[in-house]
Write a protein that binds this ligand. Structure first.
Ligand code: 5RP
Length: 298
């Protein structure tokens, strides 16, 4: 039997109401503790934003440029990311299990780049997601695509499975070649995903009225980086998105296909978390690139 505690308990602070601190993420206050904890492994609770490093492209593209050797090209970058978006194959084979930030697991797949991309199915079981200790599962949603309804059902099934275990669902709004990439389309796609249960949504930035996309979506939005742009343009894109209400970026090619990926991800972080202007962020990129070059030469 434990020793009896003879110290009288008296520090009840009866005049101090217990604090009820709202959760920092948009639309997420009514989620359970486990889900909020996982979201805090994806989004930085101080800035409320995230820099997701996306390198799941191989699930339909194979070893695309910059992702030929994830061990050599991507692992050195993971320390700068808030979270990683990847497939279970790469997670198991290549990412050190000592990594402690959130994992966003690619959870849909099927067709390769050679086929109709919207023909996806759920590609992971919830047991596997739990076993891998992931924070979120990511699923493509093809609004307006050939397999629109199936892709929406993929998402809603993942939401149901994820909610049972406190694992978030990231709906990735995939825009087919035939779709117009404008705010009207993005409002439709992101709002549908949120209404049908996505914990957060990834979409593309659009030049006009992107703030109406973030305003009308009741859960956080992160933007995809998209095709490789010159670094100043990619930094401007990230800046515009967060200034207009995005909760961060999910960036792949604009980081790992950059001439200096480590410098680039750090510059993106400064834009996302510190609101650094695109011009200052580009200066930071150049300075980091130069110092990395010198340390390799020495
Ligand atoms: C594939 C994805 C990728 O993760 C996404 O496209 C992010 O990478 P990038 O910034 O290179 O576009 O969701 O469908």
């Amino acid at each position: 039997m434990a020793d009896a505690d003879t110290t009288e308990a008296k520090n009840y602070a009866t005049s101090v109401p217990m604090q009820n601190v709202p959760f920092f993420l948009k639309g997420s206050n009514n989620l359970d503790w486990g889900m909020k904890n996982r979201l805090s492994q994806i989004f930085d609770p101080t800035s409320g934003r995230t820099v997701m490093l996306a390198f799941d492209h191989g699930y339909f593209l194979g070893p695309t440029s910059g992702l030929e050797r994830i061990d050599l090209n991507i692992v050195p970058l993971i320390e700068y990311a808030d979270t990683l978006m990847l497939t279970r194959g790469i997670l198991r084979t290549t990412i050190p299990p000592t990594y402690t930030r959130g994992i966003v697991l690619r959870a849909s797949g099927g067709p390769s780049i050679l086929k109709e991309l919207s023909d996806e199915e759920i590609a992971v079981s919830i047991d596997e997601a739990v076993r891998l200790n992931v924070a979120a599962m990511a699923v493509q949603v093809f609004i307006g695509g050939e397999h629109e309804t199936r892709s929406v059902h993929n998402m809603t099934r993942l939401v149901d499975m994820g909610n049972r275990h406190g694992i978030a669902t990231l709906a990735v709004t995939a825009v087919g070649k035939e779709m117009v990439r404008d705010a009207q389309y993005m409002r439709l796609a992101t709002r549908m995903c949120a209404e049908l249960g996505a914990t957060y949504v990834k979409t593309y930035y659009v030049d006009e009225d992107f703030d109406t996309v973030t305003a009308s979506c009741p859960v956080p939005i992160v933007i995809a980086g998209g095709k490789k742009l010159p670094e100043p343009e990619a930094l401007q894109l990230a800046y515009n998105a967060v200034q207009q209400g995005a909760a961060g970026v999910d960036m792949g090619r604009n980081i790992f296909q950059s001439e200096a990926p480590a410098a680039m991800i750090q510059a993106v972080r400064a834009v996302v978390h510190e609101n650094l202007s695109p011009t200052d962020a580009y200066d930071l990129y150049l300075a980091l690139k130069e110092s990395d070059k010198q340390s390799v030469e020495n």
